[in-house]
Design a protein around this ligand. Sequence first.
Ligand SMILES: *[C@@H]1O[C@H](CO)[C@@H](O)[C@H](O)[C@H]1NC(C)=O
Ligand SMILES: *[C@@H]1O[C@H](CO)[C@@H](O)[C@H](O)[C@H]1NC(C)=O
Length: 204
Amino acid sequence: MLIMKTPGAVLLLLWLGLLVGASESGDIDLLVQKYIRTELESENVESRLQAIVETTLLPFKQRRAVAFTAALQPPSGDKDGYGHIGPFSEEVTLIHQKVLTNVGEAYNNTSGVFTAPVSGVYFFTFTTYSWVKNKNIGVKLMKNNDEVLLIWENQDSGDNEDYASNSVVLELEVGDTVYMRLPEGFCVGASIRANIHTFSGFLL
Ligand SMILES: *[C@@H]1O[C@H](CO)[C@@H](O)[C@H](O)[C@H]1NC(C)=O
Ligand SMILES: *[C@@H]1O[C@H](CO)[C@@H](O)[C@H](O)[C@H]1NC(C)=O
């Protein structure tokens, strides 16, 4: 029973030593089989497996899953379903109404706001799309009242179609909010048919 209390690394070294000795007699397979059989037959195997389940697997399984992806929808679309949002005379929250995934229901598709249900480290990413001329395009990602990310471009009259994206890892407390804003005078594109403008986040 002494061997069952020996740390794995020491056990491994012991067996490697035996294997080197055994290799001369060409009996490695037999020794490995014997080692595995000893492990499986030992009376401690069940309690050792139980300990692994309790310390490693259960906390992982019980951890709350939080993950969402939502797509922006235009107020109205052209014949292909594409449309614009903005420009507006004041900054507005972008509401990604079309929910693709919302595990944990932490993203609200009426307000456009994600509210952290548990404290932890979260990852957020967004992709924004536009097709306008001679206008500012861009979006902000906010944490509570603070701007975390801004992407911005002045579209000239030649180049009128663009995608941009950005991502961030944020440490959030319960109740912290993360959402996207459209700066005053800016506009973005979206589609009713295709998910070209999306906002995603998940708990790491
Ligand atoms: C908005 O969220 C509600 C509740 O999760 C859901 O029933 C509804 O289908 C969502 N709307 C869209 C456009 O996905
Ligand atoms: C979602 O946001 C709307 C608008 O702010 C609010 O009325 C509603 O209570 C929110 N839903 C949940 C489940 O918090």
